[in-house]
Design a protein around this ligand. Sequence first.
Ligand code: SF4
Ligand code: SF4
Length: 532
Amino acid sequence: MNKLFRFPGGLRLAGRKKLSNTTTIRPAPVPAELTVPLGQHIGAVPEVLVKVGDTVGKGQMLARPDGYVSAAVHAPSSGTVTAIESRPVPHPSGLSAPCVVIRTDGEDRWAELPAPISDWEQRDPAELRQRVREAGIVGLGGAAFPSSVKLNPGPGAVVEDLILNGAECEPYISCDDRLMRERAEQIVGGLRIIRHALQARRCTIGVEDNKPEAIAALREALSAAGERDVAVAAVPTRYPAGGEKQLIQVLTGREVPSGGLPLQIGVVCHNVGTAAAVYQAVVEGRPLISRVLTVTGAGVAAPANLEVRIGTPFSALIEYCGGYTPEVDRLLMGGPMMGFAVQDDLVPVIKATNCVLAGSGAEFPRPAEALPCIRCGACADACPVSLLPQQLYWHARAGDFDKTQEHELFDCIECGACAYVCPSQIPLVQYFRYAKSEIAEQERERKKADLARDRYEFRLERLEREKQEQAEKRRKKKEALRRAQEAKAEGAGGEKPAVDKQAAIQAALKRAEEKKAAKARASAEASNEESD
Ligand code: SF4
Ligand code: SF4
């Protein structure tokens, strides 16, 4: 058995998972219209490959990755592209984003898929990464970071530990639990492919100890695959044990440095759902067009875990689960601790949607008005990252964002443990999200200003360069003109003036001599006459 460690803080929460985890995963129906957002992941928005009016097959690539940190998106079913436009998407901001809209044809006909790679053990890791990239796989635990990037440790990097995250610590959510129970062989298959791609030395699957069936199913699948070197560790049920950094700490005793990545301490962590998707992409050639998610809460009649096509509206899932109950009060994407409210149930399921939570007023009472901070320190005790939430709160509230960064704001995983225990009911996480978005905005503005300054300086340089080039041109032109004049002058008899001058001198000398001779002759004649 693995030696386990503890992370600081954390909470014991009522799981409320039985609402949804007692029945098997069912496929949700394909809706009449699928709205597939292009930017469902962290990183660059992919480049659209289709146009309005195109007929698409299930699994056809709609947009290809644009840059290293980017992910492809695919048609979740067959049909016709009816629009490529901005539509509301599930996001805390409530904003719209570009989507490809498909009117489904009911045939659910596959497009031509890439060939399965059954001999993946013989393939180069780069080839497997490329397959994962083309399949559009992102972290399905909620982070939605492109998985192909996490499969590339980079030259010289050694992955000591590959960890599969099956902790699923957030209340109400049970999709990973059901996935581990029902599709453990796919998860184990994906784990082996990822291990090969990373050349990882050790592998551990971390599962909270409140999921004994999942632990048993994984152990059985490992045994069936002849995998004796992979451990399934039952980690204590303590929120947020499923946080990447917290699970790494529990399983290895090592801490990811502030602002750093797990790879810096030789660890890579993937979600169990991501591992199953990697298996499907490599061994079956199937891109990521659906995911398993939980529909739950007292606000929906029949909570369940469903396999849902990306792009399906939340409303269709609620309807499939028996509709809203009279108690429904709010709709969240994600769990009660880290999820966020969505204003409209027409927003589509995206790759990061692990839960659609229709909560009642009794489950989630409206927060009372916040009272002043009494500096009790309960928030700091609960923080799993050892931050000082009350300090962060003061600085965020005062708009002193430099100070929030000094207090490691960006290490905050927004788990909500601090707000949960705060006796003054201060919505701490909202302040932290606000501070992060303000800092991001300032950073964007700074980059914009830098860009504008660079452009201005470049323009000045260009003008100066053009000025110099023109001056040089003028000088050359002048020089050329002078040369041309000289050449012209030469062409008109270059040496002649000198010759003329010489001739004139000669002529003058001749004339002078003739004159002299004439004079001598005259004088001689005169003398002769006198003597006669
Ligand atoms: S728990 Fe609330 S009241 Fe207590 S120190 Fe933290 S922010 Fe202040
Ligand atoms: S939300 Fe952030 S500050 Fe609050 S407990 Fe979680 S990690 Fe700590």
